[in-house]
Design a protein around this ligand. Sequence first.
Ligand code: NAD
Length: 446
Amino acid sequence: MQECVPFVVIHVTMVAMDSRTSAPPPDESRYFLQCVQGQFERSARIVSLPDHIRTILSQPKNEIIVNFPVHMEDGSYKLFKGYRIQHNNILGPYKGGLRFHPDTRLDECKALATIMTYKCALMDIPFGGGKGGVRCDPRALTETELMRVTRRFTHALGNNIGPDYDIPAPDVGTNGKMMVWIMDTYMNTAGHAGRSSAQARVVTGKTLECGGSQGREKATAQGLVHCLTEWARDKGMSLEGKTALVQGYGNVGSHTAMILARLGVSIVGVADHTGHVLNPEGFNTHRLADHVKKHGSIEGYSKSQVVTRDEFFSYKADFFIPAALQNQIGAREAKLLQVKLVAEGANNPTMPDGEDELEARGIDILPDVLANAGGVTVSYYEWVQNGRHETWDLEEVETRLEKAMKRTYQRVVDFSRENKCRMRDAAHALALLRLKQVYDQRRIFP
Ligand code: NAD
């Protein structure tokens, strides 16, 4: 068996730090973590969470940092920094995505891992919360370099991940193909246990050919649309003829746009890391997705009007779907938005002052832990299928997902009405109550 590697720093003399990984303002990811901790405190008060559970959940169980060298195609060696944060595993193995982004930081991973603990608890999935990533710009790497970074990172994590211990998945900058590289690296290096094909469960979000689940790629978007559909039903609103703005046109954003378009919603504005575009007639969401696949961004897409960020946020529509990064909607953006609903595909896109402003203006929010939980839900289905050596058809996955999303949506709405609190507080409170049940019975070791 490979040794456990809780903290690895590899010193290599021939290392030039990657100039493409310039640092963001040092306090941005700290602020993100503070936002998540503030939300935790609010919901902990609502459910009168005992102090000892509050203390345990206030910090991750494990914080793993690895520095690893990669041989680049130009012959140089570069040192990359990777993280895996294991927030809590009282309900089951740590679970959460891997983010490959130039701004990936420890505090960002801590915040995202905490969110995963709540999400799994809220959905009543037997998983805990984890998150990780590598500080790199995947767009600036060749395919070979990306594979080397992914494999070397997996190797550096060693048996800190595992099919019954910690199970990564795709997030920003990662995809099914990279999950397969992780699976392959793990199975080739994890000792005798790696001989079992059930070890493919070490990672979810894999390609279909390599053990992925039907419906996983679009699962986060599909789950979000189930919540949005339920919200519209509650309001007595039909989706046909409505309009939406989508920020981020990667996995979550593009699939949400395509599913909504099928339901008659016109996608009138789209944004990504290269800019913001509008089309009052509504974008052809599939053609735009093909453009992004081919060119890496929405830039250069014909039939679109390039606008500023402020013009994008202030464009009148029914729904705003943030599906990019955290901390996108502050008070300023919330004042600009002319929508009825913000449905959070991204994790923590709304900052506390943004949430206050949206609430004051009567704009509803479907919070991330509920709205984007379809991804981890189908990841769980993938993990179950791999363990049982089964393949479920798309209909079975979709039926299960729809039931899970609608049931949880209703529980959150009911709690929020009964306790006169925000949907976000209700979702977090329900998650904390689930965790408390287990802590109350297991108590604290020894
Ligand atoms: P992705 O890498 O596929 O797409 C990210 C998108 O965001 C890209 O279109 C990118 O151009 C855009 N973007 C990046 N920086 C931006 C900026 N500053 N302004 C505007 N757009 C920007 O990632 P994804 O998997 O679609 O994840 C998007 C969000 O959804 C993240 O917050 C992620 O944590 C969350 N999420 C993803 C999943 C999943 O299953 N992939 C599940 C739950 C939550």
